[in-house]
Ligand binder design. Structure first.
Ligand code: NAI
Ligand code: MG
Length: 510
């Protein structure tokens, strides 16, 4: 690919230009308020490295205000007494508003994150809308059980026992920068369905769509304090939020490193915690498949969103017989991808999120070279403004290399051969992560033998990164715990209460 071919970022629409000029504010208790301190965060367009807006940098006092507002909204007021169909209707209204502003949101997301606008239109915005609509239906379907117990009381005593699910309370929700609006929606949807309240913190790199979402939440008519949005840095705003005693539950998506810190910070008050963390997901290719078809799937699995995907297929394991053919196909896709700025309609792969992330990815490439790996395509950054890294395919790797073990979070795939199924499964299970995996084969028996061996929260067969709000999602091992989405997502945001009533006779204690 010719680095000079990277075009300039097209101009933004009037609607987005207006939004970018908006003053830096926080959403607390249904109002856009001035942050307490003077510090501001520069919002950078990763396609140009230029500042495009300014966001508030919430401090401890802002965090305290937001948590109190969320607490009041949870304990008192209209939200507490809202009926399921009222919450459902509000959620649909919000989803409709997102749909109405879909093009503006896609543009904003592409600008803030660097992803191709075509992808924001296809994946991020419909995905966000889908989470609200899917979870809206659950508001009226949160149920419990009744039990046929053997409890004995004084003669004639009868018991009725049942469970109810109640909202867990005030939730701190911290999301990353790779799918900013989609992650915010994924987090907020179960909060709204169950009757919890939230203080949401978008990533400091990508605050824009969460703020626009905040405007639409107000327009939809949610009561004040149900959703509060604080922009700020992780180490300060995020840490203060996590440590705040007024928080009942923390829901986090991000690095394993920060997930561990959060789990520790949650301990003093035993906050409920759900963590969706890093991954190093294997793409396992069995010998019966057409190498060319699989190659395009495997390329998509790693290069989508510039590889900044928790489930990115960053380790490619191909059965020896077809390794060369698959590798050739993946390399061909890799060298043909059109790199460019987010808003350019022709762009197939955008820049990485930040200078920091580009440096991190380039350092991994350097360590791979030093440890003797061979780079087949890509391997460097084009000499052009914007945090670009070329799509990269690496071979001749060993299991103990950093590039094989650690999450790179960039457009970099390491390819390895295997001989038999057990060896392939063992190699795929190596390392600390267990978020997802894909198997490519039409050999039903081989697939059925492999699926139970894979230690991962999601296993795809002949596809990769297919994520739906109805399908539980989360990790094994150090990829986190808790399952979001589906019924499991509702359970994550509710406490189960057992009720035991002596309904006839004198009753009994103990
Ligand atoms: P990060 O884990 O530091 O950031 C994710 C979110 O956590 C952001 O909102 C950030 O402000 C917040 N945060 C950071 N430190 C915090 C703290 N001490 N307390 C509370 N909140 C905190 O991820 P970062 O530094 O942006 O990226 C580093 C690596 O993490 C990436 O290279 C990638 O490997 C991984 N990552 C994984 C993601 C995933 O989807 N699983 C998403 C983003 C990053
Ligand atoms: Mg970090």
């Amino acid at each position: 690919m010719n680095a000079n071919a990277i075009p300039e970022q097209p101009a933004v629409s009037d609607a987005v230009a207006r939004f970018l000029r908006r003053p830096a504010r926080l959403l607390i208790n249904g109002e856009w308020v001035e942050p307490h301190g003077k510090s501001r965060i520069a919002v950078i367009d990763p396609s140009t490295e230029r500042q495009i807006a300014e966001a508030a940098d919430a401090d401890d006092a802002d965090v305290d205000r937001a948590v109190r507002a969320a607490r009041t909204a949870f304990e008192a007021g209209p939200w507490r007494d809202s009926l399921p169909d009222e919450r459902e209707a509000l959620m649909w209204r919000l989803a409709d508003l997102l749909e109405k502003h879909a093009e503006e949101l896609a543009e904003l997301e592409s600008l803030d994150n660097g992803k191709p606008i075509s992808m924001a239109r296809l994946v991020d915005i419909p995905g966000a809308i889908g989470h609200f609509r899917y979870m809206a239906g659950w508001a009226s379907k949160i149920d419990g059980s009744t039990f046929n117990t053997s409890l004995r009381g004084a003669p004639g005593t009868k018991f009725q026992t049942y469970t109810v699910r109640e909202p867990v309370g005030v939730v701190a929700q911290i999301v990353p920068w790779n799918f900013p609006l989609l992650m915010a929606a994924l987090k907020l949807a179960p909060v709204l369905a169950t009757g919890c309240t939230s203080v949401l913190k978008p990533a400091e790199q990508t605050p824009l769509t969460a703020l626009r979402l905040g405007e639409l939440i107000l327009e939809a008519g949610f009561p004040p304090g149900v959703v509060n949005i604080l922009t700020g840095h992780g180490e300060t705003t995020g840490a203060a939020l996590v440590a705040h005693p007024g928080i009942d539950k923390i829901a986090f998506t991000g690095s394993t490193e920060v997930g561990k810190l959060i789990n520790i910070a949650a301990t003093p008050t035993l906050k409920r915690v759900s963590l969706e963390l890093g991954g190093k997901s294997p793409v396992i290719v069995l010998p019966d498949v057409d190498p060319r078809t699989v190659a395009s799937g495997a390329a998509q699995a790693i290069f989508f969103n510039s590889g900044q995907v928790c489930v990115a297929g960053s380790r490619l394991f191909v059965q020896r017989k077809i390794f060369d053919a698959v590798l050739e196909g993946v390399s061909a896709v890799s060298s043909s991808l059109v790199l460019g700025p987010g808003l350019d309609e022709r762009t197939q792969m955008g820049p990485l999120i930040s200078q920091e992330q580009r440096d991190r990815v380039l350092a991994y490439l350097e360590s791979g070279r030093e440890q003797g790996a061979a780079i087949v395509t890509g391997g460097n950054a084009p000499a052009h403004a914007g945090y670009y890294v070329k799509p990269t395919v690496i071979v001749d790797v060993k299991p103990d290399m950093k590039i094989v073990r650690e999450e790179i979070f960039g457009p970099v795939v390491v390819a390895q051969r295997f001989d038999d199924l057990d060896e392939g499964a063992a190699a795929a299970n190596e390392g600390p992560y267990g978020l997802a995996a894909s198997i490519w084969s039409n050999d039903l028996r081989a697939v059925q033998r492999l699926v139970p061996k894979i230690k991962a929260g999601t296993v795809w067969v002949n596809c990769h990164a297919m994520i739906d709000p109805g399908m539980p999602f989360g990790g094994y091992k150090q990829s986190g715990f808790g399952r979001e989405q589906g019924r499991a997502g509702i359970e994550l945001y509710t406490e189960m209460k057992s009720v035991c009533m002596a309904v006839q006779g004198r009753g009994v204690a103990g």
